[in-house]
Design a protein around this ligand. Structure first.
Ligand code: AMP
Ligand code: ZN
Ligand code: FE
Ligand code: FE
Length: 288
């Protein structure tokens, strides 16, 4: 990479594919990332690494694909999303958690569909499963089925009317504690980053606890974060020695954040910082 290239190299470290609730296949996402001139993307599907595996099998186009995952955790009733980066895709413990969570997603989707039926907003589980394809099922698939059936005007409206936290068809999932998520990501040799902190009420209160569990980074750059928010998150990151990461949370549509792939990026150097941190921990773990 030339010096100019290195200075401008940008990464989007939060993206979803059809392996979870994104609309683009891993190949489609990799192609788009190339067109947008990105140097790296992390594929961070919900509770699965199948999209990463598929993307890594695509002949290299110079784009760095970082192994990632987004684990939906909860702490005291608050949703906390934990991003994992640069781990071993074959690590048994993490794979077991992913399999468990994918099953729970399926049961939860069935419970939501049943509740929707009793609310007079009938969609079929067959249709939701067809929209999810072979990927992990999420509320966005149910939201898309509701839109198709004319029961919501768009995905956001479906969340507002039925699916969002505390809305009539909201169903809780079994809890995955963030400390367990961090532990599994570390055991798999990766780094753990708190996703979109602003979506987790009271994050300032529980952040020190996550740092004690070994949290490595904080998602400072995110479409919904104003310059002011970024500044205050950046101060927290420095205080707790956390790596500042960022990305769009791209889902292939206007989704929750309304931003397209690569519209909020961070320096490629962050990819290296994450890898260095994980490598340091691995060597400490071996007592070197
Ligand atoms: P789940 O994984 O089933 O809990 O669903 C969470 C997903 O729904 C996340 O990927 C969010 O991006 C998406 N989501 C959450 N709230 C909204 C919303 N208000 N509008 C659109 N997408 C949403
Ligand atoms: Zn999603
Ligand atoms: Fe998330
Ligand atoms: Fe996400």
């Amino acid at each position: 990479m030339t010096l100019d290239g290195a200075l401008s190299a940008q990464a989007d470290l939060h993206t979803h594919t059809t392996a979870s609730d994104g609309l683009l296949s891993p190949a489609g996402l990799v192609g788009l990332a190339g067109q947008r001139g990105l140097s790296a993307i992390a594929i961070t599907d919900h509770d699965t690494v199948e999209g990463v595996e598929e993307a890594l099998a695509i002949p290299s186009s110079g784009l760095v694909v970082v192994a990632g995952v987004e684990l939906s955790c909860s702490l005291g009733g608050v949703d906390v999303h934990m991003l994992g980066y640069g781990f071993d895709l074959t690590a048994r413990g993490l794979r077991a958690v992913l399999a468990e969570r994918a099953d729970e997603r399926r049961s939860r989707a069935a419970a939501i569909v049943e509740r929707l039926g009793s609310l007079g907003a009938a969609v079929t589980m067959d249709r939701v499963e067809a929209l999810a394809g072979s990927g992990t099922i999420g509320r966005p698939h149910i939201a898309r089925a509701l839109v198709e059936a004319g029961l919501a005007t768009d995905v956001g409206d479906a969340f507002e009317r039925y699916l969002g936290t505390g809305r009539p068809a909201y169903v809780e999932r079994p809890v995955l504690r963030p400390d367990r998520a961090i532990g599994e990501i570390h055991a798999a040799g990766g780094s753990a980053v708190l996703a979109h902190p602003l979506y987790s009420e009271g994050y300032g209160d529980f952040l020190p606890g996550l740092v004690e569990c070994g949290l490595d980074g904080l998602e400072v750059v995110y479409p919904d974060h104003t310059a002011e928010t970024r500044r205050s998150l950046s101060i927290l990151a420095s205080r707790y020695d956390l790596i500042e990461t960022g990305g769009t949370d791209f889902h292939g549509d206007f989704g929750r954040t309304g931003k397209g792939l690569g519209e909020t990026t961070i320096s490629f150097a962050v990819v290296e910082q994450l890898a260095e941190r994980a490598s340091r921990r691995r060597s400490i773990g071996r007592g070197v």
